[in-house]
Design a protein. Structure first.
Lengths: 70, 142
C-alpha cells in the first residue's frame, strides 16, 4: 500500500517513553496493535480523535507528532 | 494476526465448506428437482442451520483461545476496512443477481445445469467468501 502524505514520529516517541510497546499504546488509545503499526508505517491516517489521544499519551501538541508533507 | 482477521478468515473457510456442500447437493439434483419449491426450501433451511451452527462453534473456539480480544469492538481502521470489503461483496452480489435474472430469462430456451434460484443463493455465498477474503487481505496489508 502507498504511503500517505501524513508522517509521524510515534515510533521514536514510544522509545523515549520507557520503550513503550505498540500493544501498550494501543490499549491506552483504544485501538488494536495492528492499527498502531499501520499508523507508524504511514499506511493509515488516524481519525482526529485517535490522533488527539496519541498526543495526550505523549503529552505533546498534535503537530509535533503528525506532519503533513505536500 | 488480529482477532478480526482470524475471525474473518475462519468465516470465509466455513462459507466455502457450506458452498461446497450446497453445490454438491444442487448438482446431484435433476433440473426438475431443482425447481421444486419444497426441495429448494429444504436445502436452504439445511444451509442456514449448517452456517449458523458452524459459525457459533467457530466463535466459541476462537473466543476461548483469544479471551482478551473476544469482547473488543472493531476499531476505526477495522471498521473502514470492513466497509471497503462489504462494497466488494455487494458488487459480486449485484453481478450474481443480474446473472440470475438473465439466466431466468433465457433458461427456457437453453436450460442450465443450475436453476436461477440456486444461482442466486450461490452468488450470495460467493459474495460472502470474497467479502471475507478481501477484508482479511486488507487487514493483513495494513
Amino acid at each position: 500500500m502507498a504511503k500517505l502524505a501524513i508522517t509521524n514520529t510515534i515510533r521514536a516517541l514510544r522509545f523515549q517513553h520507557n520503550e513503550m510497546t505498540q500493544q501498550q499504546l494501543a490499549e491506552v488509545v483504544g485501538v488494536t496493535r495492528q492499527t498502531i503499526a499501520a499508523i507508524e508505517a504511514a499506511r493509515y491516517s488516524p481519525s482526529l480523535e485517535v490522533a488527539f489521544k496519541i498526543a495526550i499519551v505523549f503529552n505533546l501538541p498534535l503537530e509535533k507528532i503528525f506532519q503533513y508533507r505536500q | 494476526m488480529s482477532y478480526t482477521q482470524k475471525s474473518r478468515l475462519l468465516e470465509m473457510c466455513i462459507t466455502m465448506v457450506v458452498l461446497f456442500n450446497y453445490l454438491q447437493s444442487v448438482l446431484s439434483m435433476t433440473p426438475e428437482a431443482q425447481m421444486d419449491p419444497l426441495l429448494a426450501s429444504g436445502l436452504l433451511i439445511s444451509l442456514t442451520i449448517q452456517t449458523v451452527v458452524m459459525l457459533i462453534v467457530m466463535h466459541i473456539i476462537l473466543a476461548i483461545f483469544n479471551t482478551k480480544y473476544a469482547d473488543q469492538a472493531k476499531d476505526e481502521r477495522e471498521q473502514a476496512i470492513a466497509l471497503k470489503a462489504k462494497s466488494v461483496a455487494l458488487l459480486i452480489l449485484q453481478l450474481g443477481v443480474v446473472n440470475a435474472v438473465f439466466a431466468m430469462l433465457i433458461d427456457p430456451h437453453f436450460g442450465f445445469a443450475i436453476s436461477p434460484v440456486h444461482q442466486l443463493v450461490i452468488a450470495a455465498l460467493v459474495s460472502e467468501i470474497i467479502g471475507a477474503g478481501a477484508e482479511a487481505w486488507l487487514l493483513y496489508r495494513g
